[in-house]
Design a protein. Structure first.
Length: 366
């Protein structure tokens, strides 16, 4: 049967990676623009952004600066549109929320977009996708963009300055590519989807091997492989395989957890990693997949070794009420949720059971 038409935004137009990538990027940035808007947020990265702006000025550009007040939300984007009026490109330097906001702003203004990840916590610097949150930090929706960034600059020197917690979070987020793609798309007859799923498997295997050593020594080859796997390679799967390869139950759980203010201190990948455990519980109990129990037993010790949350208490939800947890599950199970990419139906009640028992031993293998 002839395959229906599909469109793919797979990769940035150019990627510079390694030590000194930022310096090498300056001539390319100068070729793209003359008055870029340098976007950031966190006070912890303000010193780095100050140096980036000075480098842009020294390269003959006239950069302006702007900061997110919240996460990537419509309120921020409204005031950023005004600040970006005299600018001819957007340079987003920071974590995933900053990168998402920069991409979406550039998309809406039809400007070139340059992403400069300052951690390896997500693959947001790579993808043609932005997540929208409320000013309070609750996930609202995702927005597909017409292309990936025009330039991605992954400078190891900049990324090494991020807290170790961000790399661990990135590992969890990248691992989800396999656990989500394999359950939603492994039986696809589409060749690109099949290849995306196998890439996700290779990515998982590499992270299982390298991530503990990467956390131990940021100057090791394992750190380079792990950081680039999280921030770069992980972005390829969704571009090749589409939404079904990108997000399923693990990200749906993340989206539900963001509805609770008590969980807002947890990083994106920390919530996603917990969501993987929840998804595996659902596969085991609702889908009858015994391999899910084996995968759970393999993954749980690694998440603990990396200092990632594996239960509600770890996420700051020890005092969460039943009503709070039901809110998480209702949001994760809402119409249009990525959760419904699972090959079986899930009710809010079943999700609540998996949420509470995410770190418990499997009843089939206890």
């Amino acid at each position: 049967m002839e395959q229906s038409f599909s469109s793919h935004a797979i990769a940035p137009a150019a990627v510079l990676r390694g030590e000194g990538a930022w310096s090498e990027a300056l001539p390319r940035i100068r070729a793209l623009c003359s008055r870029p808007l340098l976007l950031g947020r966190s006070t912890s990265t303000s010193r780095l952004r100050h140096h980036l702006k000075a480098d842009l000025s020294a390269a003959g550009l006239a950069p302006a600066s702007a900061e997110l007040r919240f996460d990537c939300c419509e309120r921020d984007l409204t005031h950023l549109r005004l600040e970006a009026q005299p600018c001819d490109a957007v340079i987003a330097a920071g974590g995933g929320k900053v990168l998402d906001a920069g991409k979406l702003l550039a998309h809406r203004l039809s400007l070139p977009c340059i992403t400069v990840p300052l951690s390896a916590a997500t693959c947001a610097g790579w993808t043609a996708l932005s997540n929208i949150y409320s000013p309070e930090g609750a996930f609202e929706s995702d927005v597909s963009l017409n292309r990936c960034p025009d330039l991605l600059v992954f400078d190891h020197t900049l990324v090494r300055q991020a807290p170790p917690r961000t790399l661990a979070s990135g590992v969890a987020d990248a691992l989800a590519k396999w656990y989500e793609a394999s359950v939603s798309s492994a039986d696809s007859s589409d060749g690109l989807v099949q290849q995306a799923v196998q890439m996700a498997r290779v990515l998982r295997d590499q992270l299982l091997i390298d991530s503990p050593a990467a956390m131990e020594d940021i100057n090791s080859p394992a750190w380079v492989r792990t950081a680039e796997a999280c921030a770069l390679t992980a972005g390829v799967m969704g571009g090749l395989g589409g939404a079904r390869c990108r997000t399923v139950a693990a990200h749906a759980v993340h989206n539900g957890l963001t509805q609770l203010p008590a969980c807002h201190d947890a990083l994106h990948g920390e919530k996603v990693g917990f969501g993987i455990l929840v998804q595996l519980r659902l596969e085991e109990r609702m889908g009858g997949n015994r391999l899910a129990a084996q995968a759970h037993r393999q993954l749980l010790p690694l998440l603990r070794q990396l200092g990632l949350p594996v239960c509600l208490d770890d996420l700051g939800l020890a005092q969460a009420s039943l009503s709070d947890l039901q809110q998480v599950c209702s949001f994760a199970c809402r119409d249009g949720s990525d959760l419904h990419h699972l090959p079986f139906s899930v009710t809010p009640g079943a999700l609540l059971e998996a949420l509470v028992g995410a770190a418990e031993p499997s009843p089939l293998h206890s």
